[in-house]
Ligand binder design. Structure first.
Ligand code: ATP
Ligand code: MG
Length: 407
């Protein structure tokens, strides 16, 4: 009865009216049964991608060769995937070929865990071929079929197992866990981008502090950049200490968490940048993590200045501020409040380059204008000059030789 389900019902009905089957499947079913917010809606169908494209006017190719087609409907994207079975895997990450099939039950055989192999039809009937509902109720993560086979096919599933443990607070069933311990080295076959997505969800899970040790006990950590070099148990203990008191959802502290990781790994700024690049983080993300490391450093050395705060992103300051608050660490907090600075950006300076050019009778700007602006900016931020055009102009007249002064 979830609103997202409601909104997708007409889609499924439409597919059915053309004589095909269609079901809600995977994460959206699992999260609905657990009363958790849904991330995205996946639909499984007996119709082939081409057949779906013929039914709907607005479709997007999200991976037609794997049987997935996107339907844009009321501004939302719904992923519709044709029932499929997967052949042998020789590279530990992708099936050698996929075969479209017409049965839901057979489709569920390729899914990773029993709790992810549940489906709803439009009438709200649950299809559970692998005891997924029992496992949901008993909070167990268990492979569909033989764990060794399933992890051998696709090694990423091992990272998914620990990320679901961290997100849901579930236990990994014994055979499943043993298979991960044995097969963890095969994670090396998986592209780092795909590992990063699962690792981030693991780090940010609601139950991270209770499940973090899985990273080490499964030996998956040995396959992650940086973690192969250190005492992982100690690193995790210290990371837990740092993130535990943070109250809000940890996804709000993504940059902060990675700042702690690089700090605990003992990395310099240069090493931090290279490390985050290895993880294929974006340049913007890397910049923010580096800023957090710098701010934490300034705080430790008691060297936070108004100018430093001025140059940092608001989001960076907020994350550090929340961290300090959560740990009842009092720095001189007023210093961390960017909103309290006289100006937030150079645009708010009560004088601009154009006015300076007028004062100096210049037709073009140049390095001198930039230098004067930077000087004024610094003095305004340090509260040596009030941010008023008169005050700033007087200062310029007194400290720089102004030709042909005007009113
Ligand atoms: P989330 O809430 O993060 O979206 P999810 O369970 O929906 O979790 P997705 O990555 O969106 O995860 O995948 C959708 C479904 O596809 C899963 O529930 C699972 O049934 C199947 N699936 C995804 N990745 C794999 C995989 N590597 N191996 C087997 N099945 C998978
Ligand atoms: Mg999903």
């Amino acid at each position: 009865n979830h609103p997202l389900f409601q909104s997708a019902l007409p889609l499924i009905q439409q597919i059915e009216s053309h004589g095909y089957e269609a079901y809600f499947i995977g994460g959206c079913v699992r999260d609905t049964l657990l009363n958790r917010p849904i991330n995205d809606i996946d639909i499984a169908t007996s119709a082939f991608p081409q057949e779906i494209a013929e039914i709907f006017s607005h479709t997007v190719d999200v991976g037609i060769e794997h049987g997935t087609i996107g339907i844009v409907y009321h501004g939302e994207l719904y992923e519709v995937t044709t029932f499929r079975s997967e052949s042998t895997y020789t590279d530990h990450r992708r099936p050698d070929e996929v075969t479209f099939i017409r049965s839901l039950e057979e489709d569920t055989l390729r899914r990773d865990f029993t709790i992810n192999a549940l489906a709803f039809d439009v009438r709200g009937k649950l299809y559970d071929y692998h005891g997924g509902l029992d496992d949901l109720q008993q909070k167990i993560i268990r492979c569909v079929g033989q764990p060794y086979e399933r992890f051998n096919e696709d090694a990423l599933r091992m990272m998914r197992a620990i990320r679901f443990a961290s997100q849901l607070g579930f236990k990994i069933e014994d055979n499943t866990l043993q298979a991960i311990e044995t097969l963890s080295p095969s994670l090396a076959h998986i592209a780092i981008e795909r590992i990063r997505i699962e690792f981030i969800k693991f780090l940010e899970g609601d139950y991270f502090t209770q499940t973090a040790h899985l990273l080490e006990t499964t030996h998956l950590s040995a396959q992650l950049p940086g973690f192969d070099q250190v005492n992982v148990k100690r690193l995790l203990d210290r990371l837990i200490e740092k993130v535990k008191p943070l109250q809000a959802s940890r996804s709000q502290y993504r940059e902060l968490i990675w700042a702690f990781i690089t700090q605990l790994l003992g990395y310099s700024e240069q090493e931090t940048m290279r490390y985050l690049k290895d993880w294929t983080h974006s340049n913007d993300f890397i910049r923010q993590v580096v800023q957090i490391r710098e701010l934490l450093d300034l705080i430790r050395k008691n060297q936070v200045t108004a100018m430093a705060i001025y140059t940092l992103d608001t989001g960076v300051i907020r994350q550090v501020q929340d961290y300090l608050d959560a740990h009842h660490l009092s720095v001189e907090n007023y210093l961390l409040q960017k909103e309290q600075l006289p100006i937030q950006t150079r645009k708010e300076l009560a004088i601009d380059g154009k006015r300076l050019m007028d004062m100096f009778n210049l037709n073009r700007g140049g390095p001198m204008i930039g230098e004067i602006l930077a000087n004024l900016e610094m003095r305004v931020i340090n509260r040596q000059l009030e941010n008023k055009s008169r005050v700033l102009e007087d200062y310029v007249r007194q400290h720089y030789s102004v030709v042909g002064d005007m009113n």
